[in-house]
Design a protein around this ligand. Structure first.
Ligand code: MG
Length: 228
């Protein structure tokens, strides 16, 4: 058994395959937008959705609106296309938002020995929607979202808030996340031990200046790290 007292997790692309979710929902929305009269190809609509995500952030709430406006359509045509996109997005979301393989069973085992928490930059409402849809809403002692500190990782405040809830030394906490700059650097700066969820990262190699203490290729490899 390890000396860890608690494990903290990033949510998107660490517990949930968020990138696939965003790709599949964008495809579904693009298809319905074109079918409802957006004058471009599905591929172009898909590209425009991701351009908005890149410009305004992946959590931006008016993406489809921003895609439609430049076409200069009348109000009813625009609304029809926007609502079709929103409904297609939601339908796909309910259908496909799931954790990575073995996440739930691994968390259940870990929870018998360790405190478990989430530190996510997602808004509170979206974080809970994603946890409930993926069946993970009961597996954590606490969930810290962007609404709790109004700062995003690697800012120290979400990490400090998590430590205050755990009441244990940072060195006895393992932080697991896919993003080297936000999760790993932020947790390291707060004195935690870090584990890079390599499977959720689009990077193939480690960052020269950010070296996690551990890295995992699949979620259940965590059990080896904590010597379960
Ligand atoms: Mg992430």
């Amino acid at each position: 058994m390890s000396s860890f007292k608690a494990l903290l997790f990033d949510l998107d692309n660490t517990l949930l395959d968020f990138l696939s979710f965003k790709i599949e929902t964008a495809k579904a929305a693009a298809k319905e937008m074109v079918r409802n009269g957006l004058p471009c190809t599905e591929l172009a609509a898909y590209g425009k959705i991701f351009s908005v995500y890149e410009e305004k952030g992946i959590e931006y709430q008016k993406t489809f609106h921003d895609v439609i406006v430049p076409f200069g359509l009348d109000a009813n045509a625009s609304e029809r296309i926007q609502q079709a996109a929103i409904l297609a997005y939601l339908k796909k979301k309910f259908e496909i938002l799931r954790p990575y393989t073995s996440v739930r069973s691994t968390l259940i085992r870990l929870h018998t020995r360790y405190s478990l928490g989430i530190v996510t930059d997602a808004p509170r409402n979206k974080a809970w929607q994603r946890l409930i849809l993926s069946g993970l809403e009961r597996e954590f002692d606490f969930v810290i979202t962007h609404d709790d500190t109004l700062n995003k990782k690697p800012h120290p405040s979400p990490f400090t808030l998590a430590l205050s809830k755990l009441e244990c030394l940072p060195s006895s906490v393992l932080f697991v996340g896919d993003n080297l700059e936000r999760d790993i650097l932020g947790a390291k700066n707060s004195g935690m031990v870090t584990c890079w969820a390599k499977y959720g990262s689009n990077r193939k190699a480690k960052h020269d200046s950010i070296s996690p203490d551990f890295e995992i290729e699949k979620f259940e490899d965590l059990l080896k790290i904590v010597q379960f």
